[in-house]
Design a protein around this ligand. Structure first.
Ligand code: ZN
Length: 288
């Protein structure tokens, strides 16, 4: 195992914005500046964009055509100039992270747009392409038999679930506030394991639920763990009513490290001004 964390990042991901939208460029620009200063020994790499072959494992031709044509999907998820390129670069970073994990590296994708709400045929919730599902399917195409996706973003990863359910080589495990956007994620079935958390429930219950979800990941004995690392379950996040602390994110990173299973993580949500510190805590806990 090599030392340090590898950050997959492309500065162009800050190149689109809607005024007033919570999913704003400063999320990644401030996080990149913070991580470069706090961890000068970490390695930064610019990932290649996901190929069409990779995208088509998770999405329909019609969906790719609509995004390429700049069609609006909903008010949360508008048609920015070049959004197809932004989304394919973000998906490519997820694929590269997973491949790095299988080489024994610990990699994090610091990119936008996020991906876990995008279904096979629909962009929604700030997400256009299902980056982590694309990465999981790429790993399976490379010969793996069991890939787990652990989604601790405070919202349900409905898009990842929709793409991956029925593929029993994948176990999808999500913790999220419920009720909350997008309203799904109450029921578990087959390879889908949802751990809803009521808003404003006791902290010990929230973290206990996280631990149960992590145990569910480990019980699958995955060859690779892909983490949808969203940071909007943080107590200071403006979008949700959960109360994870910075120390909790450090603990999640430590759980990953202790598992000894190859793992990669990608940024999903997280909208508080403390996002750089939350990412730092998670990666520092995980660091070799
Ligand atoms: Zn979220």
């Amino acid at each position: 195992m090599l030392g340090g964390v590898i950050i997959f990042h492309d500065e162009r991901c800050a190149g689109y914005a809607t005024p007033g939208h919570p999913e704003r460029p400063a999320r990644v620009t401030r996080s990149a500046r913070h991580l470069r200063e706090a961890h000068p020994g970490w390695e930064w790499r610019v990932p290649p964009a996901a190929t069409r072959e990779m995208l088509l494992r998770a999405h329909s031709e019609a969906h790719l055509a609509r995004i390429g044509a700049g069609k609006n999907f909903d008010a949360d998820t508008p048609a920015h100039d070049g959004i197809f390129d932004h989304a394919t670069r973000s998906a490519g970073a997820a694929v590269e992270c997973a491949r790095a994990a299988l080489r024994g590296e610990r990699a994090f994708a610091l990119m936008r747009p996020p991906g876990h709400h995008a279904t096979r045929d629909q962009a929604m919730g700030f997400c256009y392409l299902g980056s982590i599902a694309i990465a999981a399917l790429d790993a399976l195409a490379g010969g793996l038999k069991r890939v787990a996706i652990w989604d601790f973003d405070g919202h349900h990863g409905n898009g990842t679930e929709a793409i991956c359910e029925h593929d029993l080589r994948i176990r999808f495990v999500s913790t999220h506030q419920h009720p909350a956007y997008p309203g799904t994620g109450k029921i578990s079935r087959k390879n889908v394991f949802n751990f809803p958390i009521p808003p404003d429930s006791p902290h010990v219950h929230q973290i206990g639920t996280l631990r149960a979800s992590w145990d569910c990941v480990l019980a699958f004995e995955p060859q690779l763990i892909l983490v949808s690392a969203g940071f909007d379950a943080y107590v200071g996040d403006p979008l949700l009513s959960l109360d994870f602390e910075i120390a909790d994110y450090r603990a999640f990173g430590q759980w990953l490290a202790h598992s000894k299973i190859p793992a990669a993580a990608i940024l999903e949500g997280g909208y508080s001004d403390d996002l750089p510190k939350l990412i730092d805590a998670f990666l520092t806990g995980w660091e070799p």
